[in-house]
Design a protein around this ligand. Sequence first.
Ligand code: GUN
Ligand code: ZN
Length: 433
Amino acid sequence: MESETLLLGQTISFNADPFDAPPDDALVWRRRGGVLVRAGRIEAVAEAAALIDAHPHAARVNCGDHILAAGFVDCHNHYSQTRIVASWGERLIDWLNRYTFPEEMRFADPAHAAAVASDYLDLLTANGTTAAATYCTIHPESVDALFSAAEARGMAITAGKVMMDRNAPAGLCDDAQSGFDQSKALIDRWSGRGRLAYAVTPRFAPTSSETQLAAAGALWAEHPDLSMQTHLSEQVEEIDWVRQLFPDDEDYLAVYQRHGLCGPGAIMGHSIHLTARETAALAETGAAVAHCPTSNTFIGSGLCDVAGLKAAGVEVGLATDTGGGSSFSMLATMKAAYEVAQLRGRALHPAQLFWLATAGSARAMRRPAIGRLAPGAAADIIALDPAATPVLAQRTARAKDIFDILFALVILGDDRAISETWIAGHPTKGCYA
Ligand code: GUN
Ligand code: ZN
């Protein structure tokens, strides 16, 4: 029989979406809980005593008071922008031209791509992020580098070659045919291999011609089970630009819809300044929004109304959008989501923040095996230390309930609060060795 491991600690899991059900009903907390892991999967989540009785021979990993939870899932970021996180100033289009495009140009070099891919995946696991949907660059080498590194680590990574054929430096443009052919070859090479998934990745409407958007739509139609990721209505100048480039479309989303780039499996980054029609169309078609709050404040894009999108029936996940986003930490991203919601007059509950950062993002990526601490799910698990730093320790010592502790972790925590990250059952930090 495969060996079993029993992780012991506090546990949190969800049995409902806390935007639909009261948080107390949606979140299941066990003061002395356990997670039974076998062959990279979660076998059971239950009271520690019951699991110890039923599985006396399982290896035990005692995490004390640390909180075992599903690993974080970041449903929109750019691994290729890892080196330019925290670059000062600028609005979106200037920021792309000044920092992003020069850095993405460097991914023609496979050695650069491999070095950044490795650093990026290290940053994810250090921050408790066990899965992500990420953008590579136009270079197929950038996809090979990331998928090779993710495969070696056994991580659930969704990624794709960026397609763009205009309004970018010549060295960063493909064309409709080469973008299609290269993407197709990458799908054949990588899609569904181990825990890897391919996402058709037209960067955003302004950097693709009509012909390329049509080619991206055709490619997705040939592979409808894949994700499709792009950017939508991030900044007002960008929306004006889209209006000029596509004068016959009634709004930004209509451009994507006309090219078959909206529907289940679509992950629309940002989606801040939506019309009522666009919100309704996202809900009706089953497309998801990646909420990127640290990026939306950092680049000055605006305040996305997550609660409003959820109430309208839109799937929403949480995302760092690094390097436009300012942190690799999903705790920091939850904090920003909370603050942005406060500015919109809607306080997000800690259960809602944790749900967005796990199950919400997994749903956006259509990957039901991740983002859940539940039997049958992948054993992508984190341990959170409620006393990781002095300020956390003194605050959580007087917490009144689990939500108080989770909220303190969101507001005061960072990578130091992630005491362990298990990828498919394998510890990456050795904290409890
Ligand atoms: N819109 C198009 N490309 C990008 C990008 O790389 N980052 C952000 N934040 N927005 C974009
Ligand atoms: Zn982005």
